[in-house]
Design a protein around this ligand. Structure first.
Ligand code: MN
Ligand code: MN
Length: 312
């Protein structure tokens, strides 16, 4: 597996060399990696601050500080998995429909080669074509584990069905996810109206608000989580699940959020037998300070890799 090791910091100091996710090799989609990390630079679905199209590039830059050994798991991911940076998925910055087609085609191609992926956005509208690709490949819906301040079940906005706050609603309506076996973490107010909450209640999605997590305390909370053993699992991580103090660089920040420590503990505690894919979205570098948000994103991607290694 030696060819899938990150560039060593002792040969090339961490501020040097061409930037890839975790300083891993940049390989072709047809190479013999097992887990591909792919940028999805598109933010044509945002409703407020634009700029998440620059997320993948900035997260690659802060990947200088990415390392391989996970303290919580006592494991080095390079010993378990061949992980690589595949570069970016093609997008069309001024056309959401064409971008959706390109994302779905790219990731369906990747999945058809029996590979797993971590997609790095981009805004949260990009998750819908990712889930469509997963459903097409598996022929069955997945359990969604969704980190977010928002429910992402919002109705159409300005007459447009597809935007960064609606992927969960479409995923349920299109039969891409199993709502009763799906979980949302970090949800908090305020809402524009009750429609979005009515939707999750009607479809029995399991919502874990910040209050739910804090009232129990993080360790009691994670100990009570179910194991994800029956169905394939997809993790979608909107960086705004974190409090703006921990993730200022995002499109629609909401105060009163989770800490990076709490999301780290939730991700480390998840017991998932069949993890198909993950995404990390809504990092907006122009609003970041001292790379806090990009570092938090890098940390979650690191925990995703640990989950793939655990599931193998
Ligand atoms: Mn959000
Ligand atoms: Mn979201």
């Amino acid at each position: 597996m030696s060819e899938y090791k990150p560039l060593p910091g002792r040969d090339f100091p961490r501020f040097s060399a061409i930037k890839t996710f975790f300083r891993l090799p940049h390989v072709d989609i047809d190479a013999d990696y097992e887990l591909g990390i792919v940028g999805v630079p598109f933010d044509g679905g945002v409703s407020y601050r634009p700029g998440a199209r620059f997320g993948p590039t900035r997260i690659r830059e802060v990947s200088s500080l990415g390392r391989v050994y996970n303290w919580g798991r006592h494991q080095s991911f390079v010993e378990k998995l061949k992980v690589a940076d595949l570069g970016d998925c093609p997008t069309v910055p001024i056309d959401l429909k064409q971008t959706y087609e390109k994302i779905e085609a790219y990731f369906l191609n990747l999945l058809s080669k029996n590979k797993k992926f971590i997609a790095v956005g981009g805004d949260h509208s990009t998750t819908l074509p990712l889930l469509r690709a997963v459903k097409k490949n598996l022929g069955r819906p997945v359990q969604l584990i969704h980190f977010d301040a928002h429910l992402d079940t919002y109705p159409a906005a300005w007459g447009c069905e597809y935007h960064h706050g609606a992927f969960v609603r479409h995923a349920v309506e299109e039969g891409l996810i199993l709502p009763e076996k799906s979980h949302q973490f970090g949800i908090r107010g305020p809402l524009a109206g009750s429609d979005d909450l009515d939707f999750v209640t009607k479809h029995k999605i399991n919502v874990h608000t910040v209050d739910d997590i804090r009232r129990k305390g993080i360790f009691e909370f994670v100990d009570a989580l179910p194991e994800f053993n029956d169905d394939p699992v997809y993790i979608s991580f909107d960086i705004d699940c974190l409090d703006p103090a921990y993730a200022p660089g995002t499109g629609t920040p909401v105060p009163g959020g989770l800490t990076t420590y709490e999301t780290q503990q939730i991700l480390r505690s998840l017991k998932i037998k069949n993890l198909v894919a993950c995404d990390l979205v809504e990092v907006c570098p122009a609003y970041d300070q001292s790379e806090i948000t990009c570092l938090a994103a890098l940390d979650s991607i690191f925990e995703f890799i640990g989950l793939f290694a655990q599931a193998k």
